[in-house]
Design a protein around this ligand. Structure first.
Ligand code: NDP
Length: 681
């Protein structure tokens, strides 16, 4: 790529933009590196293309197929990771910083691919089971489904993590079959452009699934419609402007905001300067101040420490921060590079000065930092800056988005929690403690105003605060942090789907959800369901087994095999006094006997039984009771997998109902199997 070329947007399946617009400069030495394109993005065209081309192309795939594409995309981007690292360097990122952005972004794609493979169905209807019976005879049932909404998602991203923020929002909306238009922050849009070019070159995405719009977002926001969504991450001021946009006030566009957050950490009163947790918290603070030069929405901005320990903490942090090597992010011995732009540097300086009105600067400075290396003298450097604030509100109001953190002494836990809450809602908090009673008291209070709480102690040290970025956990904070919810596995995918309550007969619910709902019509044939391949099986395929009378010999034999001589099965007197009034069979015997009733023993397409879900022993089985089982194909998920020999396979869940001679349900569960496809399928 031409290092002083003009960036392009990817709209309507074409790369557009030829005329130079805004100048973008290297964070490292202020050299001109790119221009944005001057031509405005045609918002109408972009949204229309997403709706008309993107939606049907995404809907031509199902959840599982999109998950497989995500995994392939992660592999493709990982293969080209170094190209992105080289470009990220221009934004001031050290190699470690790029891991935080680029590797973490690839990790999110992989995590979502895995979450979707195991948690989403084949097809495009997500059934939120279980269905409930809405009348005595079971003729009417109700359940919930989640379906793609058919609109387009506008993703507006901040400058600080251009790769991660693009991929984490994209992964969830892509799985939900919602095409997205990504608007990257202008100052680091060159990295977003490089990423989208890689994605384009992969050929893995359906047409219209992703578009890139470099430049102002106003025209796009103004044209969002009722089925659309906007997911924004950025500053308070922009969040406010967006929420008050006339189109978003006038129309039911789904708006999700992640904004400035004054995250906090509390050093527990139980943690003295010689405790490992003290050093762990110091590590976490230094890391949060220096990774990406503190430009992370989850960075710790406020640290509450007991008055008795504040001096020790201040001294230790000062010592550790003095050892941070600031300079050219390409150099191996450099810990911290510059801020992303000169604009950020001057804004940060102003904010540090405002914070200093309510406290003292313990180390660092407001006026940036001049490295000794001549080659990077004009870079956007800032010094790690620690403040000590004994009062005032500035520290709870002003976000200095850089390597800046403030210490606040507290007298007791109540004061620490009150200080934490003064951030008016934050993304993340950390509590360093070894005291479970303190954690049990403080965490629910912290959770009321923080999207995440990390309890930091020696056992979790290996994971450290990086674990905060886990794709499986919700990411977002209440109050001024925006009330948005991102990541969080399937919760994030649901965010882009629409939930609808569904009422009808079990047969209709089965037809719509693609999952057998009890009470629905079943299909019985001469061929045992276990002898049918994955591609032959149909949901509702069912087998009602022969019967078996449970004898005392069964109980004795099962006790002997399992070693389970629980009184309920073996002590006539105690069993008579129990709620059942008699000896009963082991629940696990009933389970095993049911398997004996329904399996088809000869080798066949069922490759493995890998577990069971939702097991309930509903009623006791006594000596002399006669049981039988109904096995019904409940759900089929095609994860697009093949074994080493190239034979395709899918996951089949079977509904099992074990009943007694009075047709009463005695045991209920789902069994999970892997089933081979026919050769060539
Ligand atoms: P900004 O609010 O300046 O910009 C964010 C995005 O909004 C950019 O893409 C920007 O585009 C765009 N934008 C600007 N004005 C408008 C508008 N009127 N309508 C629509 N879009 C607009 O934030 P920064 O990029 O400076 O990011 C830093 C901020 O992000 C910090 O405050 C930080 O706390 C927050 N953040 C929050 C996180 C969280 O999860 N809570 C995570 C990461 C960051 P352009 O660049 O072209 O102006």
């Amino acid at each position: 790529m031409n290092p002083v070329g003009t960036l392009q947007s990817w709209i309507g399946g074409r790369w557009i933009g030829a005329e130079a617009g805004l100048s973008l400069r290297s964070a490292v030495d202020n050299a001109l590196i790119y221009h944005t394109h001057a031509e405005p993005v045609d918002a109408e065209q972009a949204l229309d293309y997403a709706r008309r081309t993107g939606v049907p192309a995404l809907m031509a795939l199902d959840f599982q197929q999109r998950a497989a594409r995500l995994r392939a995309l992660a592999t493709h981007i990982a293969r080209h990771r170094d190209e992105l690292y080289t470009i990220a360097y221009l934004s001031g990122a050290t190699r470690a910083d790029s891991k935080h952005d680029i590797c973490a972004g690839i990790g999110v794609l992989n995590a979502y691919a895995g979450i979707a493979a195991s948690g989403l169905p084949s097809g495009n209807v997500l059934h939120e089971a279980p269905a409930v019976s809405l009348c005595r005879r079971g003729a009417a049932a109700g359940t919930h489904i989640m379906v793609p909404r058919g609109g387009v998602a506008l993703h507006i991203n901040p400058f600080n993590l251009p790769v991660w923020s693009l991929l984490e929002k994209f992964a969830a909306s892509f799985l939900a079959a919602m095409p997205c238009v990504v608007k990257p922050a202008t100052s680091t849009s060159y990295l977003a452009e490089a990423l989208v070019r890689l994605i384009d070159a992969s050929g893995l995405l359906p047409q219209g699934a992703l578009q890139l719009a470099i430049g102002p977002a106003e025209a796009l926001v103004a044209r969002l419609g009722d089925d659309d969504a906007v997911s924004f991450t950025g500053s308070d001021a922009t969040a406010r402007a967006l929420r008050n946009h006339p189109n978003l006030l006038a129309r039911p566009v789904q708006v999700s905001v992640a904004a400035a957050s004054l995250n906090c950490a509390i050093l527990g009163p139980d943690v003295g300067a010689d405790a490992p947790e003290f050093e762990l918290l110091v590590d976490a603070i230094v890391r949060s101040m220096t990774v990406k030069a503190g430009q992370d929405g989850a960075a710790i901005r406020r640290v509450m420490a007991p008055r008795a320990h504040i001096e020790a903490l201040t001294a230790r942090l000062r010592e550790r921060l003095a050892a941070v090597v600031i300079g050219n992010p390409a150099a191996a011995d450099v810990h911290m590079g510059p801020l992303a732009s000169q604009a950020q540097r001057s804004e940060l300086g102003a904010r540090v000065r405002a914070l200093a009105e309510d406290g003292e600067i313990v180390c660092g400075q407001a006026d940036g930092y001049a490295p000794t290396d001549d080659a990077v003298r004009h870079g956007a450097f800032a010094a790690p800056t620690l403040l000590l604030c004994r009062g005032g509100n500035a520290v709870h109001e002003i976000e200095a988005f850089g390597p800046v953190c403030a210490l606040l002494p507290y007298a007791d836990v109540e004061e620490a929690l009150a200080l934490a809450a003064r951030g008016r809602g934050s993304l993340a908090s950390t509590l360093a403690t070894r005291d479970p009673a303190l954690a049990a008291y403080a965490v629910p209070r912290l959770a009321a105003s923080h999207g995440r709480v990390l309890i930091l102690e020696r056992e979790v040290a290996a994971a450290g605060t990086e674990a905060l970025a886990s794709a499986h956990l919700t990411y977002g904070g209440p109050g001024r942090a925006g009330c948005g919810e991102r990541l969080g596995g399937l919760r994030a995918v649901s965010h882009y789907l629409r939930r609808s309550a569904l009422q009808g007969s079990p047969t209709m619910l089965t037809a719509v959800t693609g999952e057998y709902v009890r009470g629905a019509a079943v299909r019985e044939s001469d061929r045992h369901p276990f002898r049918q391949h994955f591609d032959e099986l149909q949901v509702g395929e069912s087998l009602l087994t022969h019967r078996r009378t449970v004898s005392e010999a069964d109980i004795v034999a099962f006790g002997g095999i399992s070693g389970d001589y629980f009184y309920m099965h073996f002590d006539e007197i105690a069993a008579r006094d129990s709620q059942f009034g008699k000896r009963i069979a082991h629940g696990y015997f009933v389970l095993s006997a049911a398997a004996g009733l329904f399996v088809s023993p000869a080798p066949g397409p069922v490759l493995a039984n890998y577990g069971l879900d939702d097991l309930r022993f509903v009623a006791p089985v006594g000596i002399g009771d006669t049981i039988r089982a109904r096995l019904t194909c409940k759900r089929k998920v095609d994860r697009q997998r093949r074994d080493d020999k190239g034979v395709g396979q899918g996951v089949v869940s079977w509904d099992v109902q074990v009943t007694n001679q009075r047709d009463e349900l005695v045991a209920s569960y789902d069994i999970l199997t892997l089933v081979a496809k026919r050769p060539g399928h």
